[in-house]
Ligand binder design. Structure first.
Ligand code: PLP
Length: 393
């Protein structure tokens, strides 16, 4: 048997974890210091303040050594108790997983069904809240960027729908695959808990979970008697005031976070978002030129973090992905749950530039050839024309 030797760099084009910049890797590659010592406080305060700027909030941001799933749980157990009713929207697999967790934690979930091609519908949310005259719904929980489908929900419109219904429900938003890649404003958009993770737009390895917490969410947590310990915000926020944590934080990932925030701010958040918008537009131009369909059905909801591409009938997306991995050493995102085999996902979030995009799209186009997937030529060219400004997206 022969083993394929791959040379050059692996292309990690799944929608997270994303490529970690060398600067961030170098920052992590430092001695682990005393997390109760004086040097640590400077790091702690820098990352807490920096995270607030990325979430665009003046409120506390709690940083956990956890995956995104842990930060989901933290958002729930701090603000809600078993028996509480919540309203969620079925945007795809991640919304479904969050709903399953909510159910396990004893919440009663009203799940607005969706077709996995649209974002959360502000009108449907508004209508459900308007019907709830007794205000039994305690929270609206939405995934901002649905990583399984490449659909971005319109959070400001959802906020307006809640306000128009004059409903006091908290607004909990998952930004795990949007933060640092797609415009997001915790304070301005009136979000109560924003859930984040380290391994996507923040350009870090997996291992940090985030909760940005509004005053209203803090008040709800203070009044909430549900059982919780590790995830409880109270002690963490108190310790964070001086740059420390009540337990051992992920010191080296925090070095990386400090560097990643520096990089985002050197470029400027607006420029970061514009960069991803442009790469997403070029990707969509390629998909259309190939004669394929974008899973996201509403152009207002196109994701700038990833694009999910529907496979031509009779062709398996995972066989195609396997061919691309074997031949070109590039990882593309798999179709999750009900989308298994039917879509593949191109990640264009995080640490990314024009030539990484073109390499990715060339790998996809060459992969169609290798895997015998029917396609029209010209996708790579169409993307280049968007990047050069020759074609309007
Ligand atoms: N929410 C979204 C939108 C995600 O994309 C993911 C992971 O891909 C999660 C939640 C779960 O995060 P984790 O896998 O870090 O636990």
């Amino acid at each position: 048997p022969t083993t394929t030797v791959h040379t050059g760099r692996h292309f990690l084009q799944i929608p997270g974890p994303t490529n970690v910049p060398d600067r961030v890797l170098r920052a992590i590659d430092m001695p682990t210091i005393d997390h109760r010592g004086p040097e640590f406080a400077g790091l702690g305060l820098a990352v807490i303040e920096g995270a607030k700027r990325v979430f665009r909030t003046a409120s506390p941001v709690v940083i956990y050594p956890s995956s995104g799933t842990g930060a989901w749980e933290a958002a729930i157990v701090n603000t809600l108790s078993p028996g509480d009713r919540v309203l969620m929207a079925e945007t795809g697999q991640f919304a479904t997983l969050w709903r399953t967790m909510a159910g396990r934690l004893g919440l009663e979930v009203d799940f607005i069904e969706g077709d996995w091609r649209h974002g959360a519908d502000p009108a449907a949310i508004g209508a459900r809240l308007a019907e709830d005259r007794g205000h039994t719904i305690k929270a609206v929980m939405v995934v901002h960027n649905e990583t399984s489908t490449g659909v971005t929900s319109r959070i400001p419109e959802i906020r307006r729908a809640i306000d128009q219904a004059s409903h006091p429900a908290l607004l909990l938003v998952d930004t795990i695959s949007s933060l640092g890649s797609i415009d997001y404003r915790h304070d301005e958009w009136g979000v109560d808990v924003t859930v984040g993770g380290s391994q996507k737009g923040l350009m870090l390895p997996p291992g940090l979970g985030f909760n940005a917490v509004s005053d209203k969410a803090l008040a709800a947590a203070a009044a909430n008697t549900s059982r919780r310990s590790y995830w409880d915000w109270h002690e963490i926020i108190a310790a964070n005031r001086t740059g420390y944590w009540p337990y051992t934080p992920a010191t080296n990932l925090l070095y990386g976070l400090r560097e990643a925030i520096t990089m985002l701010e050197e470029e400027g958040l607006e420029a970061v978002f514009a960069r991803h918008d442009r790469h997403a537009a070029a990707t969509r131009a390629a998909v259309r030129a190939w004669g394929m369909e974008i899973l996201c059905a509403d152009p207002r909801e196109y994701s700038s973090a990833l694009t999910a591409v529907m496979m031509p009938d009779g062709h398996d997306a995972d066989q195609f992905r396997e061919a691309v991995l074997a031949r070109f050493d590039m990882s593309l995102g798999t179709g999750l749950a009900r989308l298994k085999g039917r879509v593949f996902r191109i990640g264009h979030l995080g640490h990314f530039n024009d030539l990484m995009l073109m390499g990715t799209l060339a790998g996809v186009e060459m992969g169609f050839e290798v895997a015998g997937v029917p396609y029209r030529e010209g996708g790579v060219r169409a993307a280049m024309d968007v990047l050069s400004g020759k074609a309007r997206p």
